[in-house]
Design a protein around this ligand. Structure first.
Ligand code: UDP
Length: 475
């Protein structure tokens, strides 16, 4: 397991120095920051450890890169651990991810035993994770709860839209989830049956101080994009439609291409939009390249569609592209949150999003963007068209989009909730945090926390038991 002291990860530097939290005053106001400082006072030097599976790529890494320095700026000792795994491990955890998002996949017991459980065992063999509060992000590291090498008040943080999770994988994960002190979901809609521990709803957030999210003038943004646009013959004076995400089946990038082709057919002569699609592949995602090739094929022959993979100077490019785009399209079939939606809205770019998971939390139809069904190509094209054609509408959506993010989805809002949770679990506060979802009685919680007999502890025991019941589990 790597931790943040390793600093250099896959040859990239992850800066985690404390930030001066007063720099956030222009975004959330002095009063909110004072509240945060008040909450953080008794947490000074207390450890908040986070564990996930990559320092770089994808929304969780993106968020932790902001959370850790911010919490450190408040005096909390925030730590970040990253589990190490082989390609086989990430192949199987990607299957978990897909199954949790409702896509059927074949998964064998061998993969679970050898690639998943054994890797988790190896990761915690020599490293102990200790924190006053420990947050374990997503399914990749979830099983480390079983090994007895993680200490403190330990929460599982699920960033995935699990509302349609396959029963088989949900039942596999449940015994782990039910060992935690609580489970945090981005939306209460994602909580499936039989979670026996307290559940909480906390929205993800973006960091307004990150390079990607800083506000730029059009001139500044075009300067950043100059080289990329020149090389690809993109005329910046034409209306730009932007799409940014990992290359992943759930991101539904093919639908964006179809909608763009339809849009072009329905526009008056002389309006000539360009689709700029930027994507990457996280180091814990073995499917990225395959999806990229498929999207490339779908876009082939269309000179107004420009596809990019792992752009250099990523954060400047993404921020600048979102700033100059007329419209941002993000029509995932499943989406735990979709940080990139908030990123676009923060740049004042209206979003055409899909009516799923975290996207519909952020985008209110007709107020700060439009939402459509993920495969409703005609509706997508119509929404893009109305934004391109109506300057006044675009202006109103843009203003409201920025306001939505300013009120709900900035880093300090998210850290605020975590401080309340940390104070609650450390018994600094008795009041149940207002974002608690299930209303278990005190005795039910005690039972869940101390009378946990749902599963044997050692991996060997677990394997024996699983072997007997796996085949009987319904898909
Ligand atoms: N992202 C990026 N470069 C890319 C594609 C995506 O920096 O080429 C970023 C994007 O700006 C966002 C994050 O990756 O900050 C993706 O987070 P999101 O929650 O949208 O989706 P996830 O990848 O976690 O499913």
């Amino acid at each position: 397991m790597f931790d943040d002291r390793s600093r250099k990860y896959h040859n990239q530097y992850v800066p985690l120095k404390p930030v001066d939290v007063d720099l956030y005053k222009p975004f959330v106001g002095a009063e909110f920051l004072d509240d945060l400082k008040f909450l953080a006072e008794p947490l000074e030097k207390k450890v908040w450890a986070n564990v996930n599976s990559t320092f770089i790529g994808g929304g969780v890494a993106e968020m932790l890169q902001g959370v850790v320095p911010f919490a450190r700026g408040l005096g909390i000792e925030a730590r970040w651990f990253v589990i190490e795994g082989s390609e086989e491990f990430f192949t199987v955890t990607k299957k978990f991810h897909n199954l949790l998002q409702g896509v059927d996949q074949d998964i064998t017991l061998r993969e679970i035993f050898h690639a998943y459980l054994d890797t988790i065992d190896e990761n915690t063999r020599d490293v102990k994770v200790v924190g006053h509060m420990v947050t374990i992000h997503d399914p990749q590291p979830a099983a480390i709860i079983m090994n007895g090498n993680v200490y403190g008040h330990i929460f599982w943080r699920c960033h995935i839209d699990t509302s349609a999770a396959s029963r088989r994988i949900w039942r596999f994960l449940l015994p782990y989830i039910n060992q935690f002190e609580g489970a945090i979901f981005s939306s209460s809609e994602f909580i499936r049956e039989n979670v026996q521990v307290p559940t909480y709803e906390i929205s993800p957030s973006i960091d307004p101080l990150r390079t990607k999210n800083k506000h730029r003038t059009r001139k500044e943004a075009l300067k950043v994009l100059g080289k990329l646009f020149d090389e690809s013959n993109i005329d910046p004076d034409r209306p730009i439609i932007a799409a940014v995400s990992r290359y992943d089946i759930h991101k539904n990038q093919k639908a964006i291409i179809s909608a763009f082709k339809l849009l072009k057919k329905n526009l008056p002569k002389g309006t000539a939009p360009v689709l700029v699609m930027v994507g990457n592949s996280a180091s814990d995602d073995p499917e990225g390249m395959m999806v990229y090739k498929e999207i490339k094929k779908a876009a082939d022959g269309e000179k107004d569609i420009h596809l990019f993979l792992n752009v250099e100077n990523n954060d400047e490019i993404i921020g600048s592209l979102l700033a100059i785009a007329e419209c941002f399209v993000h029509v995932s079939t499943k989406e735990g949150f979709g940080l990139v939606v908030s990123e676009a809205m923060w740049q004042g770019t209206p979003v055409v999003g899909s009516k799923v998971g975290g996207i519909k939390m952020q985008v209110v139809n007709g107020h700060n963007g439009f939402v459509v069904e993920p495969y409703a190509i005609e509706d997508m094209a119509r929404a893009m068209k109305s934004i391109l054609e109506d300057e006044q509408l675009k202006h109103t959506l843009s203003k409201n989009a920025m306001q939505t993010v300013r009120q709900h989805y900035l880093l300090p809002h998210m850290v605020y909730k975590h401080l309340l949770l940390m104070r609650y679990c450390m018994e600094i506060d008795n009041k149940v945090p207002p974002f608690r979802v299930n209303k278990l009685t005190y005795s039910e919680i005690t039972e869940a926390l101390y009378g946990r007999t749902v599963w044997p502890f050692s991996t060997d025991d677990l394997k024996k038991r699983l072997e007997t019941i796996w085949e009987g589990l319904e898909k």
